[in-house]
Design a protein around this ligand. Structure first.
Ligand code: GSH
Length: 279
């Protein structure tokens, strides 16, 4: 692992790192905030998955999460949103598919399957890099959250791996990718036209079969221009009610899809995860 830069922040350390990734067939970057408590022992790890067009930097620059993470003694980690180094033909043709749009799945279709394996990257490869390089990262106390496409990643991966990700939350998540334009485009390209392969990466389908033992926290702005067409919170809430999954949804009046919304409610999410991981 290569250190790109490290910066003192709120008594801890904000760093940016690069490593060779087999899942993504090239080098990948991630960012990590170590709270001051990491100097004295292990701390819980909160992994954040970003949305379309974002990088490993976006959350650390815009969400304003480090101040409370420092107080609570939580490590924050954000990865990139797709492979960057694999030179897959056509990957930069659109902003909602390919580069910065990996959708946290393992692609099965050529040419994407050689590198677009963000599911394996998040579940296996990145945690192994953390274990090897950050002794203070307590991987038995990991939480997962994310925004939009990353909210979809957090919900699906959290539902599939409740033992690994003990707490789950999301800002403005895509909850039913099989039923919205972003998801249909991504799943058709990465997974193929046969929709039977899609359910494994669709939170609304998944929750009928696999529930998370903890309450899932969701915040959604009511002035989010993507809410009705792409995000469809209500489909997940209905599926949770049917399946007996505890979910707490806060509709935030007048907030849009951007990072001013996220930074307004980031503390609630950090406290949600701390309550479970440190409880
Ligand atoms: N490019 C898209 C919007 C993309 C977008 O809103 N991305 C969200 C995640 S889905 C984001 O977090 N963008 C980065 C930012 O707001 O800093 C558009 O013009 O409609």
């Amino acid at each position: 692992m290569e250190v790109l830069s490290e910066h003192r922040a709120f008594g801890g350390k904000q760093g940016f790192y690069r490593h060779a990734s087999t899942s993504c067939n090239g080098s990948m970057k991630f960012s990590l905030y170590q709270p001051p408590q990491a100097e004295a022992g292990k701390v819980p790890v909160l992994l954040y998955l970003s949305g379309l067009t974002c990088t490993e930097e976006t959350f650390m620059i815009k969400a304003g999460a480090q101040r409370l993470a420092s107080e609570l003694g939580m490590m924050l980690v954000t990865c990139d949103t797709s492979p960057r180094d694999a030179a897959v033909a056509g990957e930069s043709d659109s902003w909602d598919f390919g580069l910065a749009a990996g959708f946290y799945l393992d692609a099965t279709q050529a040419p994407w399957s050689t590198a677009y394996n963000m599911y394996s990257y998040v579940v296996k490869e990145l945690p192994a890099v953390l274990a090897a390089n950050f002794p203070a990262a307590d991987l038995d106390r990991m939480g997962l959250f994310g925004h939009s496409m990353g909210g979809h990643g957090a919900l699906t991966i959290g539902l599939k791996h409740p033992e690994q990700f003990k707490s789950v939350s999301a800002f403005a998540p895509i909850v039913a990718p099989s039923q919205c334009p972003w998801g249909v485009k991504a799943f058709t390209g990465y997974l193929g036209a046969d929709q039977s392969a899609w359910a494994a990466y669709d939170a609304t389908s998944l929750v009928a079969k696999q529930q998370h033992p903890q309450t899932i926290l969701i915040d959604q702005g009511t002035s989010d221009k993507f809410w009705v067409e792409q995000l469809k919170t209500e489909l997940f809430v209905e599926a949770c009610q049917k399946a007996g999954q505890a979910v707490s949804v806060n509709l935030r009046d007048g907030y849009d899809h951007g990072y001013y919304f996220i930074s307004s409610y980031i503390d609630d999410h950090l406290r949600h995860h701390a309550g479970i991981l440190k409880g």
